[in-house]
Design a protein around this ligand. Sequence first.
Ligand SMILES: Cc1cc2nc3c(=O)[nH]c(=O)nc-3n(C[C@H](O)[C@H](O)[C@H](O)COP(=O)(O)OP(=O)(O)OC[C@H]3O[C@@H](n4cnc5c(N)ncnc54)[C@H](O)[C@@H]3O)c2cc1C
Length: 405
Amino acid sequence: MSAMSARHDVVIVGGGLVGASLAIALDRLGRDVALIEATPAGEVPAVFDERNLSFAAATVNALTALGVLQRLRHPTGPIQRIHVSRAGDFGRVLLQARDYGRSEFGQVVVARDFGTALEDALAACTHLTRYRPARFVALAGMGEGLRRVRIATADGETELETPLLVGADGSNSMVRDALGIAVERHDYAQRLFVARVRTSRAPDGTAWERFGNDGPTALLPRGDRHYGLIHGVPEDQAEAVAALDDAGWLAHAQAAFGWRAGKFLASGPRSAYPIVRVLAERLVAPRAVLLGNAAQSIHPLGAQGFNLGLRDALTLAELMAQSEDAGGDALLAEYVRRRQPDRERTLRFSDGLARLTSNPAPLLRPVRSAGLLAAGSVQAVQSMLVGGAMGFAGDVPALCREVAA
Ligand SMILES: Cc1cc2nc3c(=O)[nH]c(=O)nc-3n(C[C@H](O)[C@H](O)[C@H](O)COP(=O)(O)OP(=O)(O)OC[C@H]3O[C@@H](n4cnc5c(N)ncnc54)[C@H](O)[C@@H]3O)c2cc1C
């Protein structure tokens, strides 16, 4: 192990969607940040794959203010309407952004394109030190107002010290484990398939959400005249769906979704994700904080995971801008106070949507449908969807409120 230990104002473990966004926000504040990422230089982390990310309007504002969205190489798809329906029901909910005084609820961005834009923005940071490929190995004790961590780099193990350690290392966070923070896990027993599809009717700004008895099917309007298809199936059907050839897969998805977007004509490669909710029982420890998926990994159906994680990151950056002691107890307590309501609201929203389709017991079907679409509750569903879709509910960081230039 190297004898020298480098000191940084903040050490972020994980350069995925949330860790990279935080590093960019802190660089603007002139903080000396270390970003530890397992993926080597010249590659974007694997999480920046072909998944379609729905960015809430608040997220679009913040990422524009941070100079990231301007770096996207491909056009994004505006979400001007959200249409929710349930197989076998007559009810539906149609939300129009213009009814809420906006041109759109948010934008659809392909994760790979976003990863490249973040990488460009990280390369332009002037106070950032990047350790990659590098892995968090262990905590190495506390000093006066400091925490020490050990990381493994290509040159061997080295020690860093910092007033604030940030765990942004995803669902299976090693930082979280090392801090002794327990998790609550729930397996939805669903697998989510994601693919780019072309349909006979080109996207017109509508995001479609269709609930079936076996799982949800959503079409997100991408900026390249394709839809991002998301299709959930019970785990015991997942192997059979994975084995379908393209024609079989398109027919299967069409049967689940219906014909509102026309005929499904062609599909890009499918990727599949097991769906497990992982919730950290605490968000902070002395001189340490968990952000993004390390703090909460939620069902992707509500399209909220990154939107929530970005608000985590930007709230932390905002508090650090106002504080002398970046990782002190007072700052961390204020962080928890500010994040708790948004976290709980978003978890209820995502879990509520997921539960609508994850229990196929016939007796529960009418209850589920009534819960979603009965006339009396349409308003509740609408405010839940609009709040989630735009991301402005509650005490959001100032950058999220900034109107994009
Ligand atoms: C199919 C699907 C669709 C989704 N759609 C949406 C959507 O529409 N909208 C939305 O807001 N969210 C969506 N999400 C959720 C979103 O992808 C996550 O919320 C987001 O990736 C979380 O970012 P993160 O930075 O916290 O973690 P991750 O993106 O998982 O990044 C963690 C990073 O840490 C690194 N790492 C891990 N361990 C170590 C270590 N020991 N040392 C160093 N580095 C380490 C990894 O290499 C990785 O780069 C979706 C998720 C899925 C699966």
